[in-house]
Design a protein around this ligand. Sequence first.
Ligand code: KG4
Ligand code: ZN
Length: 338
Amino acid sequence: MLVLGIETSCDETAASVVKDGKEVLSSVIASSAEMHVKTGGIIPERAARQQIKSILPVIGEAFKKADKKQKEIDAIAVTVGPGLIGSLLVGIETAKTLSSLWKKPIIPVNHLVAHLYANWLGGALPVFPLIGLVVSGGHTDLVYMKGHGQLELIGTTRDDAAGECFDKCARILGLPYPGGPSIAKEADDYLRGHKNPILNIFPRPMIGEKNFDFSFSGLKTAVLREKDRVKKLKEKVPEFSANVQEAVVDVLVDKTVKAFKKYHSESLLLGGGVSANARLTEKLKIILRKNGLSPKLFVPEPKLCTDNAAVIASCAFYNNRPIPWQKVFPNPELMIVS
Ligand code: KG4
Ligand code: ZN
């Protein structure tokens, strides 16, 4: 089965052709991230305007790179939420038009669930039951999955998401958008340059608590406080970055490993932009080993962690529930489990 995936929930305009949910024949991404560097964050109106310009060329290129024609695809998959309303509408209205014109079924996809499907695109396939950690710019969700479409939300953030925390702390430290990769780079410099790095400056909110929930907004406040305390911030940026990264990673790892232990799963999956963070995988492996746990661990390659349309097409293949195009609408507030 060939699926055309379309993703426009945030600042990316992406299209992809995926075979049988596993084989990426093409994955094209036009990002307006550079435009947002200047403003230090996304301006939704500008993101959507850019997406209107990019969507048809991106879809055309996805077909070209896959060496496929429109008549060869079996379905169109599109992100319906969560995301920015203007951005979602660009992808959804395009998908609906193509579905109606080409007489192809349309499969609505939850962007957060789709992030986990990056792990079906890497060769070896995850085994159920599994624990999935979705860490993106707007969400931090721990789920238990018994099968495709059988998700149970076991933990989530009570305030900011992990990616949001990276982005906000980066902004405070004067680092460019998106904050996650900027902080990771500074942290890397600090860790490589110090044999005995100091990594306990900031708190680990909710660590050690019995639930699987997260809270990251206090971290941003702690960074603000430290920033006000130091005279030459520039010199402290690598150290502070390493400490932000370490605090976020420690909490994510603690809760994920605890969830894996409690739910006796086969596989452990990461997904979403923050799962591109190398320190997260490194520490996860260390703590799993310390706990005598050896799950089938799946971490997508970096380009599949961040937003793309291949994961949308894969998710649609495994959750193949088309609906009439007249009934496809955006849902900006969609949760990972509804
Ligand atoms: O999944 P994603 O591409 O978009 C959303 O669905 O939100 O995630 C974007 C988030 C941003 O907050 C970005 O700062 C973060 O992922 N991110 C990272 C890294 N790469 C991207 N955070 C930490 N380390 C990274 N290497
Ligand atoms: Zn995303």
